[in-house]
Design a protein around this ligand. Structure first.
Ligand code: UTP
Length: 228
């Protein structure tokens, strides 16, 4: 049975408020696919994390405290996704990737959020992928993949079907975590782990459930494949 780790972007789960329809549809998909493929989901914080982090920042919280706030938001979102998935999933939210690996031995689906300060859930997903020996790591986000330029600013930007991990690392700007709540197509720490462990990684728009299904099943999808 293939093992797949999905970094489910918080921007999909909580773009402004919780996208109830997306959560429900994605959960149905995960439940169905998990009959043939073991799925590990790492859920991001989205607007929930960002709004709490910006409030905390105003109140003078340290970067570490802001990360802790972010982690709690990711775990709250993970709990909601877990409730939507229901049957077949481990009925708890692992706080470490090692515990998630253990639960994955018994359950078809394991859902978790963040672990510790200093990175985003993308890095948690990459760490988990290396520990379980995942066949694929999927970054389901709110853009279709990696573009030649910022597609929001440049309408001529083209979606890249493939990009090397070296090129992507250059694009995301080095391999250091900068501050809580900062977004990018992939966290620099995750890039480092993908490179180190040669993780087969796919980036796609998670709202395109056909692509999400294709990527999880190892079939066709619209998005970017990272070559390692
Ligand atoms: P996210 O993973 O949602 O990060 O975690 P993000 O980059 O803001 O959003 P995506 O990737 O586009 O969905 C939210 C925040 O929680 C903290 C970080 O501050 C992060 O920015 N966090 C999360 C941690 O410190 N450790 C973790 O393991 C996860």
């Amino acid at each position: 049975m293939d093992k797949v780790v999905v970094s489910l972007g918080g921007s999909l789960v909580v773009p402004e408020r919780v996208d109830e329809q997306f959560v429900q549809r994605a959960a149905d998909l995960f439940r169905e696919i998990s009959k043939k493929t073991k799925i590990f989901l790492v859920v991001g914080g989205g607007r929930l994390a960002r709004s709490y982090i910006s409030l905390g920042r105003k109140m003078g919280a340290s970067e570490r405290e802001l990360d802790e706030i972010g982690i709690k938001a990711t775990r709250l979102n993970a709990q909601l996704v877990l409730s939507a998935v229901g049957k077949g999933a481990f009925p708890g939210i692992p706080k470490t990737t090692s515990f998630a690996v253990k639960k994955g031995e018994k359950y078809r689906i394991v859902v978790m959020g963040g672990t510790e300060p200093g990175h985003s859930t993308d890095q948690v997903a990459a760490e988990l992928a290396s520990k379980v020996g995942a066949d694929r790591l999927i970054n389901a986000t709110n853009v279709s993949g990696v573009y030649t330029k910022d597609p929001n600013k440049h309408p001529s930007a083209k979606l890249l079907e493939k990009i090397s991990i070296d090129e992507l690392t250059r694009l995301v700007g080095g391999s250091y975590w900068t501050e809580a709540g900062k977004t990018g197509v992939l966290d620099p720490g995750a890039c480092g782990l993908i490179q180190m462990h040669k993780l087969k990684t796919l980036i796609l728009n998670g709202r395109d459930l056909n692509s999400l299904r294709g990527a999880i099943e190892g079939k066709n999808f619209i998005g970017t494949t990272i070559s390692v």
